[in-house]
Design a protein around this ligand. Structure first.
Ligand code: FAD
Length: 261
């Protein structure tokens, strides 16, 4: 058994293809259009949004006499008027490591605009359980002792069963190993540390940050989404410009008047 701490890895994001953007701008008659977008993601979302009214400049569409200047102004208007579909064009890829199955089960309830790859406990052996303790347990010596002892006992049972079935024996067929490993996980605790690959478009990301940093959410997912929000606000400042942070019980609550765009 070992102690863990949830970790957030940003492993990918949408990138712009400048050649294609320039060709499109020429095609639409706005070859000189420029943006001050701080990231490719924000650039792509601005282009997708402006495409709707051809608002790359005044007069390009005779119905449009004035256009909003600046990426932040543009995207924050998209957010304010709840044209959230524009934010679906770009995606961020995260890996959450050493998070519990409690967290992953809550996370996968969010379906719209996400992609998920979860560590398989049919394949991965639980011979060294990772444990992160919520504050209410961590701050209570007796409760901590019970948690640690229970994890140690459950880990011991995994080792006993592995020996009982001779899981590491040379003659053990891989398919059978999988069946046994899968059966053994049924007596593992849902608080065990595992990992999940999680990707989401910007619209879904905003929704999750709002729901999962709220003080009513569970501590672990608040902790993870507080860090996700911090990364997103730093990396895509114009998409997340409208959030205000309030600290509640040591964790950030990202609040906005533009909920669920
Ligand atoms: C504090 C908290 C406590 C919770 N407690 C419980 C609990 O006790 N038990 C429980 O079962 N769940 C619980 N949940 C989970 C919650 O009920 C939702 O399932 C979860 O938050 C996913 O959010 P979502 O419904 O917005 O779905 P998402 O997949 O995040 O979808 C985003 C939005 O897209 C739209 N959408 C998505 N799918 C559809 C669809 N099929 N049809 C129409 N519109 C759609 C909806 O507008 C939705 O809000 C809890 C969540 C929180 C934050």
């Amino acid at each position: 058994m070992h102690k863990t701490q949830p970790k957030i890895f940003l492993v990918g994001e949408t990138t712009a293809v400048e050649e294609g953007i320039n060709d499109f701008l020429k095609h639409i008659g706005a070859p000189d259009w420029k943006t001050d977008a701080p990231s490719d993601s924000e650039k792509i979302e601005e282009i997708m949004g402006r495409l709707c009214y051809r608002s790359f400049g005044a007069g390009l569409n005779p119905n449009v006499k004035r256009v909003r200047e600046g990426n932040r102004t543009y995207l924050q208007n998209v957010v304010a008027v709840k044209h959230g579909s524009v934010l679906e064009h770009t995606v961020v890829n995260f890996i959450f490591a050493d998070v519990s199955r409690v967290l992953t089960h809550e996370l996968v309830r969010h379906r719209a605009g996400t992609a998920i790859s979860q560590e398989s406990l049919r394949f991965v052996r639980l011979d060294d359980l990772g444990q992160w303790l919520p504050t209410v347990i961590r701050e209570d010596e007796q409760a901590t002792e019970i948690f640690v002892k229970t994890f140690e006992q459950l880990e011991e049972l995994q080792l006993q069963l592995a020996e009982h079935f001779d899981l590491d024996g040379e003659k053990m067929p891989f398919a059978q190993k999988k069946i046994i490993t899968s059966a053994m996980r049924r007596i593992a605790p849902i608080g065990l540390s595992t990992s999940i690959g999680w990707s989401a478009n910007m619209r879904a990301l905003r929704h999750l940050i709002e729901m999962r940093t709220e003080p009513v959410a569970e501590e672990e997912i608040r902790l993870v989404f507080g860090q996700v929000a911090e990364i997103c606000q730093r990396r895509y400042p114009n998409i997340f410009a409208d959030y205000e942070i309030e600290m509640v019980e040591g964790l950030p609550w990202y609040r906005t008047v533009n909920r669920k765009v």
